[in-house]
Design a protein around this ligand. Structure first.
Ligand SMILES: [Zn+2]
Length: 312
């Protein structure tokens, strides 16, 4: 993707509840932005070791007794470091070089003043135009660390926009917040989502970088994302979102603030899609990263099909 001349580079900040959330919902979108010359930073709120780690949350389930006190603290610290390194490697693949960790304990995660002020401090320092974070009503908005992260970020965006005697950075107003559309509200798989009425208004076509997202997910060995899961997940999650809008793979978003234009917005893609034949649609969405690999192969498949269609 070539850099666009005269385009003012944007600053983006991704705020995730757990380490992998720094890239696993919106990583393809982030890579598109960095390829355009925008800067993307990521902020992870918790160490994620208690909820998603092969040694701690998974391994200790089978033990008769778990380590106590300082021993457990030390182990949490070690596993937290492992996860940080994995996330840094994964984020680098997705074009995110500035990755920060607040390393809060993920045992009981609540919306509280300290966390809000910490996030606000990072917002005032980075001064992002766009924040990407979890949907505040994720999983019904109840006792869900993703939803509570989204709620904390909303509070923090207000705090960042006011002066603070503890921090020298001037106030900063965020232009737009995009809530990540994965995963719970896409598939209404539990009772908490019964009354859920939000929908994703923006989808980013990430088909050209989905193979890199698969590679990035594979870095998360601490939560056993390496192996066939990454391909299955990409087909089931990004693939499902893409299928809904007519591209092979997409990342969906819910927009926080109504946007303002001089005329009504309609994308080139929608205009093109409105003119196409069904076989074009099926040819496009039928691309499988698990079978076809990267977009180069995808384009070759499409070209072959187009040539064949012309002969018919
Ligand atoms: Zn998470």
């Amino acid at each position: 993707m070539a850099k666009v001349r005269n385009r003012i580079p944007l600053k983006l900040l991704v705020v995730g509840g757990h380490p992998a959330d720094a890239f696993d919902n919106a990583g393809g979108t982030c890579l598109h932005h960095t390829r355009l010359g925008d800067t993307v930073s990521a902020l992870v709120l918790t160490n994620g070791a208690r909820v998603h780690d092969v040694v701690i949350s998974d391994g200790m389930r089978r033990k008769k007794q778990i380590p106590q006190g300082k021993k457990l603290e030390k182990l949490l610290e070690i596993r937290s470091k492992v996860k940080k390194e994995e996330v840094r490697e994964a984020c680098a693949i997705m074009g995110i070089r500035d990755v920060r960790f607040l390393t809060y304990d993920d045992s009981i995660f609540l919306v509280r003043e300290k966390i809000i002020r910490d996030i606000a401090c990072v917002i005032r320092e980075i001064r992002p135009n766009i924040i990407i974070t979890h949907y505040p009503y994720d999983n019904g908005g109840l006792a869900d660390q993703h939803a509570l992260t989204g709620q904390s970020v909303l509070h923090a965006s207000w705090v960042a926009n006011s002066v603070d005697s503890e921090y020298p950075n001037p106030p900063h107003r965020v232009a737009q917040i995009f809530f990540m559309g994965f995963p719970s509200h896409v598939v209404r798989d539990n009772a908490l989502l019964r009354e859920f009425s939000a929908h994703c208004q923006v989808y980013v076509d990430v088909s050209d970088v989905i193979h890199l997202k698969v590679e990035a997910l594979g870095k998360m060995k601490s939560q056993q994302y390496n192996g066939r899961y990454t391909l299955k997940r990409s087909e089931a999650v990004e693939g499902s979102a893409g299928l809904g809008v007519g591209v092979p793979y997409a990342e969906p978003f819910i927009v926080a603030y109504s946007d303002i234009y001089q005329t009504l917005p309609v994308s080139e893609f929608l205009l093109k899609k409105s003119q196409e034949q069904e076989k074009d649609w099926f040819g496009r969405v039928g691309f499988l990263v698990s079978k076809d690999g990267n977009l180069g192969r995808y384009q070759r498949v499409l070209n072959t099909k187009h040539r064949r269609f012309k002969k018919e």
